[in-house]
Design a protein around this ligand. Structure first.
Ligand code: URA
Length: 246
């Protein structure tokens, strides 16, 4: 059991002080009963509502960001016994978190892992168009005409791609670096897009997914999402920052 204002604050409804105001104002119910006592306690499993909307405690799920190194397979279990991203996840999370989407074995960068199935489904659902941003090092230097093809959508074996944002960042040493943002999550999509214009990808790194950025995380490092990052991610898929959707 915990003090109600503490649970409300943990659910992202404001500071403990402002959550006390919500209780005093008679806006909070626990298991269907209005609570106006500041000393009241409740359990994380109780049905706690503010203005009739059920609160959601983010700490009840685990959310981790990994900077995936090359050579790791994005799966919970590899039948071929290769190293998997789960090998990089701290022991206490291993039994329940799973990767959100997939990065190829040799792709590096931002990978979210969680046990929140609802958020995962929403992030992967095409309806939400979550942008995924990559840095791609490709062979040679694609021309503007070729880049325009990628921007407007290009025909791949499994159908045309949606328009992508593509920007040439640097060239040198027989290769070029491009910043690419796509909203789909098709298998090996970025690699296939550049292959289709004759400039195969040499290295690929995901630097952002929706509002989440890789930031300063070093290769192989795992960090829990901050409360602010989680709230931003929830908003990106149409969920209120700390309150369960009805
Ligand atoms: N596109 C790819 O080609 N590979 C990835 O790992 C991610 C996006």
């Amino acid at each position: 059991m915990e003090r109600l204002q503490k649970l409300l604050a943990r659910a992202g409804l404001g500071s403990r002080r402002s959550c006390e105001e919500l209780i005093r104002a008679g806006r909070v119910t626990v298991n269907g009963v209005r609570v106006e006592e500041l000393g009241a306690k409740a359990d994380a499993g109780d049905d706690i509502r503010v203005d009739g909307r059920r609160i959601r405690l983010p700490e009840s799920h685990a959310y981790l960001v990994l900077n995936k190194p090359p050579g790791y397979v994005t799966t919970r279990d590899d039948p071929q016994g290769r190293p998997t991203v789960m090998d990089l996840v701290p022991q206490q999370f291993r039994s329940h978190v799973f990767p959100v989407g997939r990065l190829d074995r040799d792709t590096t960068g931002l990978l979210l892992l969680t046990d929140d199935g609802d958020l995962t489904q929403r992030l992967l659902h095409p309806r939400h168009h979550i942008p995924k941003e990559y840095l791609a090092d490709v062979e040679g230097t694609p021309s503007e005409t070729q880049l325009r093809k990628l921007r407007s959508g290009i025909e791949l074996q499994d159908g045309p791609t949606q328009p992508a944002e593509v920007m040439l960042v640097a060239t040198g040493g027989g290769e070029s670096r491009l910043r690419v943002t796509i909203t789909e999550g098709r298998n090996r999509q970025v690699r296939r897009m550049f292959h289709a214009i004759g400039h195969p990808v040499r290295r690929l790194k995901r630097v952002a997914m929706g509002p989440l950025r890789l930031g300063e995380l070093s290769l192989g490092e795992v960090r829990p999402l901050s409360r602010g990052q989680l709230a931003a991610l929830r908003e990106a898929v149409g969920l209120p920052p700390g309150v369960e959707a009805r």
